[in-house]
Design a protein around this ligand. Structure first.
Ligand SMILES: CSCCC(=O)C(=O)O
Ligand SMILES: [Fe+2]
Length: 183
């Protein structure tokens, strides 16, 4: 079961859970309403044949797919790349990740600029909207494999905060006011 919670403001080890005291969880429905992050629960054992991932890809036009392995042995420039992932940034396209093995945390800024930590494990798929500030970290197990989906030719460019003049940022802020359309 996917979990998401508001983070404390401690700056110790980013790989720890960082709950507030007492913990404050948020459901995936509320997360979508709050900041437009979408969540799909898939079956990591059967996704190749059960048709659910295929249907999401078809409906949303995700015609590009590859796989990223984050582990000390297999991620090129391990330390540096993880640092880049954890630097607060946004993209001009959605960031779509489907976890097939391992686990990690996606942190997103809610509409009040508070960090929400989303714990992802095998079977979890999240869609981080374009223009939202976010970051990623491994947890203490230091291992995740995720499929990266994309509409068209992938662009992974990260724009570090602050980058508030970008069109995608402005349209994201507009959606915060008008609401996120359900797909
Ligand atoms: C779980 S995917 C690893 C992180 C990543 O690809 C990203 O932040 O862009
Ligand atoms: Fe990102």
């Amino acid at each position: 079961m996917v979990r998401a919670w508001y983070m404390d403001s401690e700056s110790n080890d980013q790989r720890l859970e960082h709950h507030r005291n007492p913990p404050e969880f948020i459901t995936m429905d509320k997360l979508f309403e709050n900041c437009g992050v979408e969540y799909f629960s898939l079956n990591a054992e059967t996704y190749k044949t059960d048709g659910i991932l295929d249907e999401i890809k078809r409906k949303r036009n995700y015609n590009y797919e590859d796989e990223i392995v984050c582990s000390k042995e297999r991620l090129p420039n391990y330390e540096k790349t993880l640092k880049t992932f954890f630097t607060e940034h946004l993209h001009s396209d959605e960031e779509i990740r489907f976890v097939v093995d391992g686990s990690g945390y996606f942190d997103v800024r809610d509409r009040n600029d508070q960090w929400i930590r989303i714990e992802v494990v095998a079977g979890d798929m999240i869609v981080i909207p374009k223009g939202i500030y976010h970051r990623f970290t491994l947890d203490t197990k230091n291992y995740i494999i995720a499929k990266r989906l994309f509409c068209g030719n992938p662009v992974w460019t990260a724009f570090n905060r602050p980058t508030d003049d970008m069109e995608c940022r402005k349209s994201y802020l507009e959606k915060l006011k008008t609401g996120f359309a359900t797909s």
